[in-house]
Design a binder for this molecule. Structure first.
Ligand code: C2O
Ligand code: CU
Ligand code: CU
Length: 546
């Protein structure tokens, strides 16, 4: 559909025109990357991407692609397999550990893995350009710099991320640190990973990636919810506090988490780890790539009592024509169950929710290099086309935007297309955001006269979960100036903007300002829409950190 990947994997040959304008980062002389003798790992893991089959539904087994892990060195609890799941092992690392992961590709096509949320050097980030062929091994080596938090690993293969994740390649990464350990939060059997995904199955129980052109344009929406790779997920719990560590690992589906009995949700953490203090919300929105750390306290509930986590009703995030793509049972924005909980044991004591969870050093305006000149991340969708700052990703190095290393940059994220204006012509203006024209002008020009949003393009308005690789960012502000405040009111209270984030849901009509650090590592780092079909369609760019 698009021009093929412009750089060859082994040589990374740059066309001469591109080379002139391009930063000179390459992936080292040996490709694929091998283990280095000078790196002495605390943890050494072999991680194989392979074909397999698992029993998901009654009847025939389902063919999947999956990660299989093998711990060569390190603490025994580093890898945990989720029972009966196609998901990769849950990895547990500690801040400061030196980690080596040997990724072996036993798939019939190229792949490369990205550690979503981890702050690692370019060579360890899973840049699409580093993809390896079947039979090859790519060795990642990095030191864990992240604070405690839940992260997410998955393929980042050029134009094949969505299908590779869909067929099962994904897993969670828990990072621990001293600050978190001191809190004594629920652990062991009281800490439960919840990976939310939606899938469709054909008559023979095989994964069906249905939807054609509409799927590419709006994302894939499945007919069934799977939690940790299992249908009809059910937890049996004791009447005490639990820690639920939730990842939205779906390709495109956005959830609005709520307890069916109206109990509010207690949020203790997001993408980048613990919040400073707990926040209570009636519901919480969770877009693809986002994580959530929930304090779920079942104390005082009688044995036999039941609770259901549901996705509640919302409007305005997905165009009407896409809402039904997952079938009648799981219409996007309707209310449906995600998993259920039954209290099976009564317990008299339970840990108490800490009032203070962590310390976050907030950015001040003086810390921000471009505080007077915010940089745009302008999202647009046209007819069978997606773009950021006016460009669809082709990896021809024109996609690169620069960021000086060890600076904090201010970005404004917004939808640049409007109701009646369409995608055409807008792209050019987006591109100018990189150079002379300020984003304030862009917004003025675009959002000012856009009117009701009822035209053809109004049908294309959809929310995008925007993900930036590298260090996590702080959301400074979020404002809504869209044309459907009633729809917005169905999600507003569920947006958690405190704590550190690496993925943020951006609704049409919103302006979100973030302070994003580019510390420590020079090189090429991606940013993109985490609707995986949008990512593969080219709603992606990269930063050259130099
Ligand atoms: Cu979770 Cu660049 O992706
Ligand atoms: Cu990422
Ligand atoms: Cu998108």
């Amino acid at each position: 559909m698009r021009s093929s990947f412009g750089l060859t994997r082994r040589g990374f040959l740059l066309s001469s025109a591109a080379a002139l304008a391009s930063p000179s980062f390459a992936f080292g002389k040996t490709q694929p990357r091998a283990a280095s003798e000078s790196f002495n790992p605390d943890v050494d893991i072999e991680l194989v991407c392979k074909r397999d089959s698992v029993a998901i539904l009654d009847g025939a087994q389902t063919s999947v692609w999956r990660y299989a892990g093998n711990l060569l060195k390190g603490p025994a609890n580093t890898l945990t397999n989720l029972p009966g799941s196609y998901l990769g092992p849950l990895m547990r690392f500690a801040k400061g550990q030196k980690i080596r992961i040997r990724l072996r590709n036993d798939l019939p096509e190229q792949t490369i893995t990205h550690w979503h949320g981890l702050h690692v050097p370019m060579e360890a980030d899973g840049h699409p350009m580093a993809a390896i062929d079947p039979g090859e091994t790519y060795v990642y080596e990095f030191e864990m710099r992240n604070r405690a938090g839940l992260n997410f690993y998955h393929p980042h293969t050029h134009e094949a991320t969505a299908t590779q994740v869909y067929h099962g390649l994904a897993g969670g990464i828990i990072v621990e640190d001293e600050e978190e350990r001191a809190l004594g939060l629920p652990s062991g059997e009281y800490e439960i990973p919840i990976v939310l995904q939606d899938r469709s199955f054909d008559d023979n129980n095989q994964l069906a990636y249905w939807g054609g052109m509409h799927r590419d344009m709006f994302g894939f929406y499945g007919e069934r919810i799977l939690v940790n790779g299992r249908p009809d997920y059910h937890l049996e719990v004791a009447s005490r506090a639990y820690r639920l560590r939730v990842v939205n690992g779906s390709n495109a589906r956005i959830y609005k988490l709520r307890w069916d009995d109206g109990t509010p949700l207690t949020v203790i953490g997001v993408d980048g780890g613990l919040l400073e203090k707990p926040e209570t919300r009636p519901y919480v929105m969770l877009a693809p790539g986002e994580r959530l750390d929930l304090w779920a306290d079942f104390s005082g509930r009688k044995a036999g009592s039941k609770l259901v986590m549901r996705s509640g009703e919302f409007e305005g995030l997905v165009p009407p024509m896409a809402q039904r793509m997952g079938g009648d049972g799981l219409i996007v924005g309707d209310d449906y169950p995600l998993f259920s909980v039954t209290v099976t044991r009564e317990m008299s004591d339970s840990p108490k929710l800490p009032e203070k969870l962590s310390t976050i050093r907030h950015y001040r305006m003086e810390d921000i290099a471009n505080r007077d000149k915010p940089r745009p991340i302008a999202l647009s969708m046209g007819h069978m086309e997606v773009a950021i700052n006016g460009r669809t990703y082709h990896d021809d190095l024109l996609d690169i935007e620069r960021a000086p290393v060890d600076t904090v940059q201010l970005f404004e994220i917004f939808h640049e297309h409007g109701g009646g204006m369409g995608g055409m012509g807008m792209g050019r203006m987006g591109g100018m955001g990189m150079g002379g024209m300020g984003p304030g002008m862009m917004r003025g020009g675009m959002m000012g006269g856009m009117g009701g949003g009822m035209g053809m393009m109004g049908m294309m308005n959809m929310a995008h979960p925007v993900h930036l690789h590298g260090q996590q960012f702080e959301i400074l502000s979020r404002s809504y100036n869209g044309d459907d405040p009633d729809a917005y009111a169905t999600i507003r209270e569920g947006l958690i903007d405190s704590g550190l984030k690496d993925t943020v849901l951006v609704t049409h009509g919103e302006l979100i300002r973030i302070a994003k650090p580019f510390g420590d590592f020079k090189g090429r780092f991606m940013y993109h829409c985490h609707n995986l079909e949008h990512e593969d369609m080219g709603m992606m760019r990269e930063f050259s950190v130099e």
